[in-house]
Design a protein around this ligand. Structure first.
Ligand code: PRP
Length: 212
């Protein structure tokens, strides 16, 4: 039997992803050890786990290097990969929003410079509003951009709102709700449908039974 590969996003959702898989009956003992290892193999169930940057999860899954991925809807919308997305896992809940200095009034008729880690989501949003904006792509600490004068506004993830608040910013408009999703490679779904559907069903039961 070939190994099924599951790609997990490193970072803030990693712990919950492991907890969910464990509660679904998969063996995650090695994943919970504090280590810099990026690949783990469960030889009994023939499942391989890989840890990658969130933005790379859909890429590994689309190319078939991973059969299944667990990643945020923000990344899926930004990366625009062609994948099956069978399940909302119900954790990692946050939102994508336009934010800026508390003193800035958001006006649809104005032109803004927008700093963001999500240029595709931002440009889709402002185009739909008929707004003319210029987008500046950053890799992190986006909240700094309007403070230092690199941009007027930002498009970013808001979870607790603490980062905005502590930097004198507030939400101008919510763009969409985000949560963590299960994604599956389209060919894997055909080749290994039984094993993949079994994993989806176990996770589905957990999610509908109240989640983690
Ligand atoms: C994310 C996001 C915000 C922050 C929001 O950044 O980009 O900066 O979390 O969380 P909060 O509303 O609970 O404060 P992350 O911590 O992933 O780091 P980054 O800025 O380097 O992207």
């Amino acid at each position: 039997m070939r190994y099924l590969t599951i790609a997990l996003a490193k970072g803030r959702t990693a712990k919950d992803s492991i907890l969910l898989l464990e509660k679904a009956g998969l063996n995650c003992d090695d994943l919970k050890k504090d280590s810099r290892k990026l690949i783990f193999e469960d030889d009994i169930n023939k499942i391989r786990y890989i840890f990658v940057k969130p933005a790379d999860v859909p890429i590994y899954v689309e190319y078939g290097s991973a059969d299944i991925g667990i990643v945020g809807k923000d990344v899926l919308l930004e990366e625009r990969c062609r994948l099956y997305e069978p399940l909302d896992l119900g954790f990692g809940i946050c939102s994508m929003a336009v934010a800026g200095p508390v003193s800035t009034e958001f006006d649809y008729k104005k032109t803004y410079r927008i700093a963001t880690k999500f240029p595709n989501i931002a440009s889709d949003y402002f185009s739909a509003k008929g707004m003319d904006v210029s987008i500046i792509k950053l890799s992190g600490s986006v909240e700094l951009a309007p403070i230092i004068g690199l941009s007027d506004l930002i498009v970013d993830i808001v979870e607790t709102g603490t980062t905005l608040k502590e930097n004198g910013l507030d939400v101008k408009e919510k763009i969409l709700d985000i949560s963590t999703r299960l994604v599956v490679n389209k060919v894997s779904m055909k080749l290994d449908d039984k094993r993949i559907i079994d994993i989806i069903e176990r996770l589905e039961k957990l999610v509908f039974g109240g989640g983690i």
